[in-house]
Ligand binder design. Sequence first.
Ligand SMILES: Cc1ncc(COP(=O)(O)O)c(C=O)c1O
Length: 398
Amino acid sequence: MHLADRVDRIQSSKTVSITNTVLKMKQEGYDVISLGAGEPDFETPDFIKKAAIEAIQTGKTKYTQVMGIPELRKAIVEKFKRDNDLDYGIDRVVVTTGGKQALFNAVLAICQEGDEVLVPSPFWVSYPEQIQMAGATLVPVKALPENGFKIDPEDLKAAITPRTKLVIFNNPVNPTGAVYDFQTLEQIAKIVAEAHIWALTDEIYEKIVFDGVRHYSLAAFPEIKEQVVVVNGVSKAFAMTGWRIGFAAGSKEVISAMNKIQGHSTSNANTMAQWASVAALNSDWQNLQWMVDEFEKRRNFVVERLSAMPDVASVKPAGTFYIFPKVSSYFGKKYGKYEIRDSLSFCQFLLEEEKVALIPGEAFGADEFVRISFAASFADLEKGMNRIGQGLTKLYSL
Ligand SMILES: Cc1ncc(COP(=O)(O)O)c(C=O)c1O
């Protein structure tokens, strides 16, 4: 009785041990502050909830087309036009169960055994596993803090081999909060065009940008439009993580391949959640700008508090709700039973000793760092930052 080898190749989440300890400590009655959240802490707006209730009450409870209801695909087409200057026909858009499924279906549709996939590193935790499950190999391209955690397009070019099939690009970036400028994107687009490779651009944090920075879609460069699959969704922009609605647009060929895969796995995304997403996407997003303004205030607070901490170097994030400080100068220190060797033992120390939970950078392919999420209330952020400061003071004085 054996399970498939595939399962052994999937890395179990490196954050699981932290999450388990958090749960256990909370059950034991400890007041743990978690700065690990990957979702907005705001409620889904009422008008969106009402649209789902209405869908249920009016019998919109059956299967839909695998690609999603035409009303939602039309709203997505409009969204791409309005926000990203992208023009797709309705048959070039597919609705998925979260942005995650859109990414997975695209990777499965594009990649196979022997293919190489370029991914800027640090990267979001699911890219390596999705690539691996497709039988392909991840090739990291370093995005250094000295360069604001953006890749140098020349490094991308240098990493291309005859086996390169795809580049997975994320903008704004989880976990660093980097947002790519137009010129760098233009250079990346040129490289993708010349290399004749696919590009998958994950723009799920598009709306969460600060300081008046503008987000540009990699798909909007006409010379690569047919080579790009753009992924987005309602999870982060509308505080709808639990509704599980994402979407993708691309060439007819790739979208129908993704549709084919989806048709034999999940079929259509949840029907009432699709109707709720129609309401979300057809609304005036400006009404939700307050969420981003709130994230920006919290970002400023966290940046200021971190800058006062010894031996912590961070890059001010221009988007997302994460910051990714470098903490490796604490590696090698010992405190009581704790020996700080890497990002995981650093996080374990802060969690057990100070009751504050962060995500180790190792999970994102960058062990010298930790990810702090500021999708938490000001009260929790204040407590959490105090606790981090306290923990670092203990280590620093050694
Ligand atoms: C970079 C990135 N892409 C995609 C997703 C997946 O989004 P969804 O919840 O819509 O599946 C996440 C969620 O955390 C993310 O951080």
